[in-house]
Write a new protein. Structure first.
Length: 295
């Protein structure tokens, strides 16, 4: 699972905000409105939250760090916003391999989230808390929190909550190597989010399920869900997930012995959109498939 593992919707969901606006470019809309907002007003905090959520969902951890660093030590910020900054900052630092500093802010985020849950009893805060424990080492505690919140809010029909709950359960089981059980929770997460308008989450849910099936050796199912996710993006190569899932599709075809299809998929991957880990996989596949003859 690439670092950091996807977590809950935090405090502001940029997709939900943009669904209610007549604009094609969500980030441009948020950024323009942010420039017009009075700094550190209620509206400014909301828009800043949407901006950070956008960068998080698009794996732009450098921008998260850049946006948060001028704010992170400001003690005048509202507690809810501060906890969000700690959460994103810890996850972005962890993704950038600044593990020691990431742990410092993860601990701050955990303390804030525990306090906030006591005050507001929002189950998504507990899912976030579990995700931090998962990412920063205590997977057993993470899973116990998820089981507890799942039991306590078992009657919830909230699609986002159930998507995040099942996704995070799958994350832990994935890390433990129980891919078959992880796949069951990945499928539940996809089922919950599929009827929503949250396109990014649907894409991620399909891709995560495909990857888990791939690791479980269920290659045909993996291919089906990779193709579904790529199709859902409608050929939008600019989507950050597009080259990743196309690369994984090529890998899965190679694992099945479908070498011609693997070559075809790999040729479509824009390696400029890949980060170090996936770029290494691209190089490995490119080398392995270099002598395949296409009829």
């Amino acid at each position: 699972m690439p670092k950091p593992a996807y977590s809950s919707e935090h405090f502001s969901d940029h997709e939900q905000y943009c669904l209610n606006q007549a604009a094609e470019n969500c980030l441009e809309l948020i950024s323009n409105n942010l420039l017009q907002a009075q700094p550190k007003s209620t509206n400014w905090y909301k828009l800043k939250s949407y901006q950070l959520d956008y960068f998080y969902d698009t794996l732009n951890y450098n921008q998260i760090i850049k946006q948060i660093e001028p704010l992170i030590d400001d003690e005048s910020l509202p507690s809810v916003f501060k906890s969000q900054l700690y959460f994103y900052y810890a996850k972005a630092l962890n993704a950038s391999d600044n593990n020691e500093l990431a742990q410092v802010y993860a601990d701050k985020a955990i303390a804030k989230l525990e306090d906030m849950y006591q005050a507001f009893e929002n189950p998504l805060r507990l899912v976030e808390l579990a995700n931090l424990h998962y990412v920063f080492g205590n997977k057993e505690l993470a899973y116990q929190i998820l089981l507890s919140v799942g039991n306590r809010y078992s009657k919830s029909r909230d699609a986002i909550f159930n998507f995040e709950l099942n996704s995070n359960k799958a994350n832990v089981l994935h890390a433990w190597g129980d891919f078959n059980k992880a796949a069951k929770f990945r499928k539940l997460a996809l089922d919950w989010i599929s009827n929503s308008d949250h396109q990014t989450k649907i894409i991620i849910a399909q891709g995560n399920l495909a990857r888990t099936y791939q690791l479980a050796g269920k290659y045909e199912l993996a291919i089906n869900y990779y193709l579904a996710s790529l199709s859902y993006m409608d050929g939008k190569e600019s989507n950050v997930h597009y080259p990743i899932y196309l690369l994984r599709l090529a890998e899965t075809h190679m694992q099945m012995g479908n070498l011609a299809l693997a070559v075809e998929n790999l040729k479509q991957v824009n390696k400029q959109g890949l980060k170090a880990g996936h770029l290494a996989l691209y190089t490995k596949l490119d080398s392995a498939l270099s002598n395949v003859k296409i009829k």
